[in-house]
Design a protein around this ligand. Structure first.
Ligand code: IPD
Length: 309
């Protein structure tokens, strides 16, 4: 019911704030600490030298899971660290009420003290992400959304912040887009994770859109933040126009999908360049490894107020 959802939203917002504070405290302890550079080499590796986990990932996930289990014992919990031990998908996002959590998205950034890291908490029902909370404490950016209630930055600024009446896809790519792309952590086929091939295919997509508009070279910039979650948050803001990654897990994207959709943007399952023309009409399927997100168009930047009123 609506009341139940409101309660879950308020709970998720508080949980996100507390978990984000834990991340910030842990990151501060690392600053200026000589042991950190040693630790960079010593952190526990999951699958390979770039798939990393720190104690912070595990502590924050345990904290979030504990709170959820206590408050909503009948809900399912899917968290990155609980499922990272093997790469098999021995869980399912199905119809049950489910929490999908990445305690620390951007773990490599966190280890290097690059500020693009965050906690990501989503509440999913009937396979649809209904609530998203993303907190990047180093940046003091707190993103939240609940279906039907808008998407928000720091609980007061409605997303998107940037009013851009024309969508960048599929037909009318305006000049001046920022594209963003992540390379994932899969190094099985190639030591650089096929980064070269991915960059090429991504840039082809950009060039093709530009070319069709007779405006080659229109891309303002290409970014890779090292956090799929924050890429989605910036799509919802309108700061990024298009984001793509092949290789995501549900916890990387679930909260971001909720926030982008609530801000009026699109998230779909697509692999550029082949699918991008149809991308805008397909619905996103959680559980896919491929995601493409497109920023909102035409939404008002003038609406302000608090999310819960
Ligand atoms: C990773 C980051 C990265 C993306 C990977 C994710 P993690 O999450 O979002 O940018 O390329 O696919 O798994 O491991 O830092 O939580």
């Amino acid at each position: 019911s609506k009341e139940e959802l409101d309660g879950i939203y308020a709970f998720a917002v508080n949980l996100g704030k507390e978990a984000g504070k834990m991340l910030l405290e842990a990151a501060k302890l690392r600053m200026g600490d000589e042991r950190v550079s040693e630790e960079r080499k010593e952190h526990v590796q999951k699958e390979n030298a770039v798939d990393l986990v720190t104690e912070t990932d595990e502590d924050v996930e345990a904290f979030i899971k504990g709170k959820i289990v206590e408050k909503y014992p009948s809900h399912k919990f899917v968290g990155e660290e609980s499922y990272s031990k093997g790469s098999s998908r021995d869980y399912l996002i199905d119809d049950s009420p489910t929490w999908c959590v990445d305690p620390l998205d951007g773990t490599v950034n966190y280890i290097h003290l690059f500020p693009m890291f965050c906690v990501s908490i989503a509440f999913i029902h009937k396979s649809k992400p209904l609530i998203g909370v993303i907190y990047a404490p180093f940046l003091n950016q707190f993103f939240s959304s609940c279906v039907g209630r808008g998407a928000w930055l720091n609980e007061t600024q409605r997303l998107p912040l940037i009013r851009n009446p024309v969508p960048p896809m599929p037909e009318k790519a305006p000049s001046g887009c920022i594209f963003s792309c992540e390379w994932g952590k899969d190094r099985k086929d190639h030591p650089d994770g096929n980064m070269h091939r991915k960059i090429e295919s991504f840039m082809n997509m950009a060039a093709e859109i530009g070319g069709r508009q007779g405006r080659g070279g229109m891309v303002h910039g290409v970014r890779s933040l090292g956090s799929a979650t924050l890429d989605l948050a910036y799509i919802a803001m309108g700061a990024f126009d298009i984001w793509w990654e092949g290789g995501c897990w549900e916890w990387d994207v679930a909260a971001g999908v909720a926030i982008v959709q609530e801000a009026g943007g699109l998230v779909t399952t697509a692999n550029p360049p082949e699918d991008h023309l149809t991308a805008a009409i397909e619905e996103v399927r959680l559980g896919s490894r491929l995601y493409l997100a497109i920023r909102p168009a035409g939404a008002s930047q003038t609406e302000t107020g608090r999310q819960t009123q």
